[in-house]
Design a protein around this ligand. Structure first.
Ligand code: CMC
Length: 422
């Protein structure tokens, strides 16, 4: 059977046969037959906006791989910084490459004093840390004007290292500011995740010693969040990057997209929902409300996964390890009951709504002491490496500037009416 589709324009009777390659058809062929007839797909549900070699996702089978490596193997055997290297470079590093990479990131963790003093401390005391983070990332582009040299390999590498390294410093700084605690400088003798925990929690002790179980759990969560192909934030990154904006501006755009409750903000929404449900006895009533259209079951459903999100499975295991140290999050029982009730309910099964990455991650973050406003920030830290991998890929593949079409359905031409005659 031919791996092609045929499109016929019934107005003219003309047809065109288009090959199906890598699961897609080339829209430029469509354009040849149907100039000025646009493919209407507002949320890109049926549009592949890029071809990419970074992340493979099969939503029906619940499979996720970075550069071909199954997420389960990476979560069990790798580290976040190694995964960041893999995403950026396409291959796992050898010993020497790994050491250089870790060294370079470790020694770029400090931020310019003016970024901290003038920008971060300038925010109102109750500013949301995601708002602080987005603005601070964007501000970095003014501190590194060399970032505009996007076709210079040395400059690219420098900005990538800086962004990955400084995200935890800015993230922890946003938290410290919002609770009125002094900023903690990076401790470059600690690994990536432990250093972040030190900047978050250090008080008066000369050196913060994070619990290794919690550092490891955070590192696994960072691996799971590092990339997820063409989601809303990555699309924002690619669209912004396609205009040849510098990488700080492009990552700030992606972080802004991540902020929303339908995307990276969902982990925050899950905890608010569980707190509002309050008790196991209220679970059935809450599910009935969701089914009657009163809100959504946060942390459930996904545009691409029509099966259990493989990241949610791993996160459930990590939760057990974390609760072994911190004690169980009292909201866990409500979450487990919600999952049980939803997964045996026809409304959710027929729509293929399963727990996604955000359903359990918030419970872990909360047990580790993170305020809920920090949850999306915790997502942005590792996603930065994925975003930068996409940024490099779109530049290397010389993609054109993103510029979709629209179907105009507004007013026809009409004459301007003077204000006093309206
Ligand atoms: N609770 C109840 N019903 C839902 C839910 C939900 N969480 N998600 C989807 N549905 C229903 C929806 O009402 C619709 O029903 P019907 O066909 O009767 O109108 C059907 O399922 C399809 O939903 P959709 O809105 O067309 O699906 P979508 O692909 O546009 O949205 C989603 C995907 C993730 C935005 C959505 O499932 C949602 O709002 N989930 C809750 C928020 C959430 O957990 N987001 C995190 C996503 S994973 C991490 C990330 O991407 O950052």
């Amino acid at each position: 059977m031919a791996e092609t589709i045929t499109i016929t324009d019934n107005r003219s009777g003309e047809s065109i046969e288009i090959p199906i390659a890598n699961g897609g058809v080339d829209a430029s062929q469509w354009r040849k037959l149907l100039p000025n007839v646009w493919f209407y797909d507002p949320a890109f549900s049926t549009t592949a906006a890029a071809s990419s070699a970074i992340t493979y996702l099969d939503g029906d089978a619940g499979i996720l791989r970075y550069r071909g490596y199954p997420i389960e193997q990476l979560a069990e055997q790798s580290t976040y910084l190694e995964v960041a290297y893999l995403l950026i470079h396409g291959e796992l590093p050898d010993q020497q490459q790994y050491e250089t990479w870790v060294h370079d990131i470790t020694y770029h963790t400090f931020i310019h004093e003016n970024v901290r003093k003038r920008f971060m401390e300038g925010f109102h005391h109750d500013a949301h840390p995601m708002g602080i983070l987005v603005s601070t990332i964007a501000a970095l582009s003014t501190f590194y004007p060399d970032a505009k040299a996007i076709y210079d390999d040395d400059s690219r590498y420098k900005q990538i290292i800086r962004l990955i390294a400084k995200m935890p410093t800015m993230a922890a700084g946003a938290h410290r500011h919002s609770v009125g605690m002094p900023f903690v400088y990076p401790d470059n003798s600690l690994d990536f995740s432990s250093n972040f925990l030190s900047m978050m929690w250090k008080v008066a002790e000369p050196r913060y010693e994070p619990n290794p179980v919690l550092s490891h759990a955070l590192d696994v969560l960072f691996i799971l969040h590092a990339d997820h192909e063409q989601n809303c934030g990555t699309t924002a990154l690619r669209v912004t990057g396609s205009s040849h904006a510098d990488p700080y501006s492009a990552v700030a755009a992606a972080t802004t997209a991540l902020y929303g409750p339908r995307h990276g903000g969902a982990n925050e929404a899950v905890i608010r929902m569980l707190t509002q449900i309050g008790s196991m006895d209220n679970v059935e009533g809450f599910i009935a409300d969701v089914k009657s259209g009163k809100g959504r079951l946060q942390g459930f459903g996904h545009r691409v996964y029509k099966n259990y999100d493989p990241r949610a499975k791993i996160i459930k295991q990590v939760a057990d390890e974390v609760f072994g140290v911190t004690g169980k999050n009292p909201l866990l029982d409500i979450a487990l009951k919600l999952e049980e009730v939803a997964l045996s309910d026809e409304y959710f099964t027929s729509r293929k709504l399963y727990p996604n990455v955000d359903f359990y991650s918030g419970l872990i973050y909360q047990a580790m002491g993170f305020p809920i406003e920090m949850f999306t920030v915790l997502f942005a830290i590792p996603r930065t490496s994925g975003w930068l991998a996409h940024w490099l890929e779109l530049l290397d593949r010389d993609e054109r500037i993103a510029r979709p079409r629209q179907l105009y359905d507004g007013a026809p031409e009409r004459d301007y009416v003077q204000l006093d005659q309206r």
